[in-house]
Ligand binder design. Sequence first.
Ligand code: DX5
Ligand code: ZN
Length: 217
Amino acid sequence: MPNHIIAPSILSANFAQLGNDIEMINKSEADWFHIDVMDGVFVPNISFGFPVMKSLQKLATKTLDVHLMIVQPERYITDFKDAGANILSVHYEACTHLHRTIYAIKEAGMKAGVAINPHTPIDLLKDIIADTDLICMMSVNPGFGGQKFIENTYNKCADLKNFIIQKNSHCFIEIDGGVNEITAPKLLKAGADVLVAGNYVFSSNNPTATIASLKAL
Ligand code: DX5
Ligand code: ZN
C-alpha cells in the first residue's frame, strides 16, 4: 500500500467554481489540500487570503496544509488557525526568529512546517529540524504554478532524508513544484513523503484519475 501523501495545490484550481474543485478533492484519493498564500512581497505574485481560506474551510473535509509565502508570517499565526489551517509552513528566508515562530505555530495547535527556497542549503536546518514537523522543499522558485522542476531537487531530497534519519527526526519531506508523472517516482525514491501537485492535476482531463495515479506510485 502506498503511504505517501498527495496534496493537490488549489492555486491551479478554477476559482470561479472553487466549490466544485474542493468537492473533487474531497472525493478523490488526495490526502491534503495544499493552500498557497502569497503576499506580492516575499514572492512576485499575490494569490488569496482569509476570505477564500474560510470558504475552503467550510467545504474541505481533509487536512489543510497552508504554505505561507509572505513576509513576517508570525503576524498571522492565529488568523490562519482560525481559518482552518492544520499545518502551517513559513519560509526559512522570511523568518528572523524561526524557532520562536515554529513554537508559536505549535502553541496555536497546528503542525509546524518550514519551507526552503531552491537556493537554501539543507545544512541550515541543523538546529531546527528536531522541532519541525515538515520541511517543504521548493523544487521551483516560489510564486507561480506550472513552472519547470529544478533537477537538483532529487539530490537535495535524498540528502535531507539522510539528515532527518541521522537526527532521529520524524519530520516529513514535502516537495512543492513541478511534480508530475516523470518527477514523482524519482522524488519518492529520493525519500519524499508528501507530493504537492497543482498544474499536473488541474490541467489534466481527469483530475481525480491524475490524483489516483500519483497515489498509486
Ligand atoms: C509555488 C507553489 C506551489 C505550486 C505548485 O509557489 O508553492 O504549491 O502551486 O505548482 P505546480 O504543481 O503547478 O508546479
Ligand atoms: Zn506551495
